[in-house]
Design a protein around this ligand. Structure first.
Ligand code: DLL
Length: 439
């Protein structure tokens, strides 16, 4: 493709030299330290690390003087320990799962939201989206960022957005057909489900105007991308993000689909060895560490994403200077992503431990049923409960299912087991089996 055909939202910053980018990063990092010092959470930590003013940071690599932040820290700071602006300036919050019932929450000012939308619009433009597109957003609206944060970015780009949210495949298809949807946004597993539904509903692909899909929120392989592209006859773009970092679009594929550009004027990335927390050489796999530069309400410095990836060496044909990261190969913690929803085994355990009649052992299995993920929780009950009649046991099963759905938003299948029937592992307990091969 000729250089002039590569679409940009802001060509100057997207193709800025490393020197220019580092200038923007340094100013942004100093601002985040200044904001951090305003929060109860970071004030002590920064001072302990010898940072009492943003002036202590004189170059981008000084980021290594700053402490790391973890998901657990966000839990400790819940609900407002990371607020750097007066509460009245916050106009929205988003959240995702924490390791327990306490969610991981972010807050945004109007200016933060404008920048988040601009980042998303930049990503969509890089993937070839335009104001003539009709974009159907099949990600859940609400606390999850895949709904609203994507939506506002697509609107800012000028596209017509259809906010169908997740599920109800028959209605999704009707809107796709009747409104001539050209781009869809969905998890990879839902894209496969949609394909099967298109065929079984008897729609012909010629009835649809679909040309691209944006996908993310869960790991998927290059093979799966190719399979969806072949089946639907469209281009599929990988999009990475997390609620802690303002949601989808912090890294995105351009039209060359050769890795995801991280928008380095808005995020500082480091890739470290997860054991030593020391940087790894470019091209080597490690844990992605992110510092957000485009948010005032809530600083997040050297955040341990737990996602494993590597920097793709070399430059991209599109001419962007923002470095690319490869598809994720896993996580350094035990977080499961089930049909796009983040679930920690500790959340399941929390429900079990507080429920009368449930014993000490449990076992979680995750597998593929068709194209979707399915979670089963085997639960041992106490001898007293086991002696009770079937109705009591049935009620317990229902209650566990409801409480888990309330906490993690998905309904696992609960299998009640008699006391002592789940084998106790020698050494470190193995309580989760993930039978899915990365699709
Ligand atoms: O999943 C935000 C998002 C929405 C991204 C829509 C892309 C599209 P969380 O619920 O906070 O936010 O989950 C973040 O999901 O740390 C990764 O482990 C995983 N993840 C997100 N995108 C990808 C991707 C959203 N493209 C967590 N490939 C992250 C692999 C992904 N894993």
């Amino acid at each position: 493709m000729a250089e002039q055909d590569v679409p940009f939202r802001d060509k100057k910053i997207e193709t800025a030299s490393r020197e220019e980018l580092e200038k923007v990063q340094l100013a942004g990092l100093k601002k985040q330290v200044e904001n951090g010092l305003k929060t109860p959470f970071y004030r002590d930590r920064l001072i302990k690390a010898g940072i009492t003013s943003p002036d202590a940071i004189t170059k981008v690599s000084d980021i290594r003087l700053l402490p790391f932040t973890t998901k657990n820290d966000l839990r400790e700071a819940y609900p407002f320990g990371l607020l750097a602006v007066p509460k009245e300036e916050v106009v929205r919050i988003h959240a995702s799962s924490g390791t327990t019932g306490t969610p991981t929450v972010i807050y945004l000012t109007q200016n933060d939201l404008n920048l988040a939308s601009d980042t998303m619009a930049r990503s969509l433009t890089a993937a070839g989206g335009t104001r003539s597109d009709i974009i159907q957003n099949m990600m859940t609206y609400g606390l999850f960022t895949g709904g609203l944060c994507f939506h506002y970015g697509a609107e800012l780009m000028g596209a017509m957005v259809i906010p169908t949210s997740a599920g109800n495949t028959i209605r999704q298809l009707k809107f796709m057909k009747d409104f001539g949807t050209t781009i869809i946004h969905a998890t990879p597993s839902y894209l496969l489900h949609l394909h099967a539904a298109i065929e079984s509903a008897g729609y012909s692909f010629e009835d649809l105007k679909l040309r691209k899909a944006i996908t993310g929120a869960e790991p998927h392989s290059e093979e799966l991308r190719c399979k969806i592209q072949d089946k639907l006859g469209i281009e599929v773009y990988n999009c990475y993000g997390m609620s802690e970092m303002n949601g989808p679009g912090l890294a995105f594929e351009c039209i060359y689909r050769a890795g995801m550009h991280v928008w380095e004027d808005r995020y500082i990335m480091e890739i470290v060895n997860p054991e030593t927390l020391e940087p790894v050489p470019d091209g080597e796999t490690g844990e992605l560490i992110l510092t957000i530069l485009c948010r005032d309400a809530m600083p997040l410095i050297r955040y341990r994403t737990r996602d494993l990836t590597r920097i793709i060496p070399g430059t991209c044909e599109c001419g962007r200077t923002h470095r690319r990261i490869a598809r994720f190969t896993g996580r350094t913690d035990d977080m499961l992503i089930i049909n796009g929803v983040n679930v920690f085994p500790s959340q399941i355990e929390e429900v079990l431990l507080r429920t009368h009649g449930v014993g000490a052992s449990y076992f979680i299995t995750v597998e593929k049923k068709g194209v979707l993920d399915k979670m089963t929780v085997q639960v041992e009950i106490t001898p007293e409960m086991f002696a009770d009649d079937a109705r009591v046991i049935h009620a317990l099963k229902d209650r566990l299912c409801q409480e888990m759905a309330a906490l993690i938003t998905i309904r696992p299948t609960i299998i009640i087991k008699q006391p002592g029937s789940i084998p106790i592992s020698e050494g470190k307990a193995k309580r989760v089996e993930d039978l899915r091969n990365l699709p």
